[in-house]
Design a protein around this ligand. Structure first.
Ligand SMILES: [Zn+2]
Length: 240
């Protein structure tokens, strides 16, 4: 009997290891044991339900890479920071904020952007400015819209994202699938116009609300949504 139960335990460990293989690079700080379990279960569940998120985890899970999710009251808005190319942090104000699909999708995507473009590109310069921050933020909006369309979820636009749904739909083929993974020059111009609109919207809003967010940092006119297209190209190649 002892041997039997030992075998069962080994088997269960094996099973849970398999399931958590993709999320083992994630560390969680600032939550109680129970809350940590909740957060981990949420990641696991979302990984099953959302192919884009599951691919993001797969892309991030490199040997030696660590992603720390920090929960703190001091966090004003969910965010991302990178110390070097093998250790990134995601910040959330509360577990409540974390348990929102669009929020974790966006923050994990920022971590992926840092890996894809190089973490230094997402770091502020000496003046505290991130060139292309508006592009990176807008790219996350595009990714979320394409993910919603991919999973047949409804998507509602906020004023700063006027035109985003139309633009995203214009990238789909007749069967409703994304099949273009590069913008021609006309589409690139359209995309940059949307990024500019987004940046201007936030410039006004940051001023009105007296907040500092990187959403209104300078637009990089050459920066397209390459990280987003990389993900969706991979998704198309995968068979589920
Ligand atoms: Zn963001």
């Amino acid at each position: 009997l002892k041997f039997k139960s030992f075998l069962i335990i080994v088997f269960l460990c094996f099973l849970s290891n398999c399931q958590e293989k993709n999320a083992s690079f994630i560390k969680i700080r600032g939550l109680s044991v129970k809350e940590t379990e909740l957060a981990r279960n949420y990641i696991k569940e979302f990984e099953i339900n959302n192919k884009v998120f599951s691919l993001l985890l797969e892309e991030l899970a490199d040997p030696g890479f660590e992603l720390t999710i920090v929960f703190s009251d001091k966090v004003k808005i969910a965010g991302f920071s990178a110390q070097n190319d093998s250790s990134f942090d995601l910040y959330f104000k509360s577990l409540e904020e974390f348990l929102v699909e669009n929020t974790i999708l966006e923050e994990f995507f920022h971590a992926f952007q840092a890996k894809f473009y190089g973490y230094e590109k997402l770091k502020p310069n000496k003046k505290g400015i991130i060139k292309g921050a508006a592009n990176f933020e807008y790219e996350a909006r595009l990714m979320k819209t394409l993910s919603a369309l991919y999973h047949d979820h409804s998507f509602s636009e906020t004023p700063s994202q006027k035109g985003l749904l139309n633009f995203s739909m214009s990238l789909l083929d007749k069967s409703g699938k994304l099949s273009t993974f590069e913008l021609d020059s006309l589409k690139h111009q359209q995309y940059i116009r949307l990024v500019l609109h987004f940046q201007q919207h936030w410039k006004k809003r940051n001023k009105q609300e007296k907040v500092k967010s990187i959403y209104d940092h300078p637009v990089d006119y050459t920066q397209g949504p390459d990280a987003c297209f990389y993900l969706f190209r991979k998704l198309n190649e995968m068979k589920f």
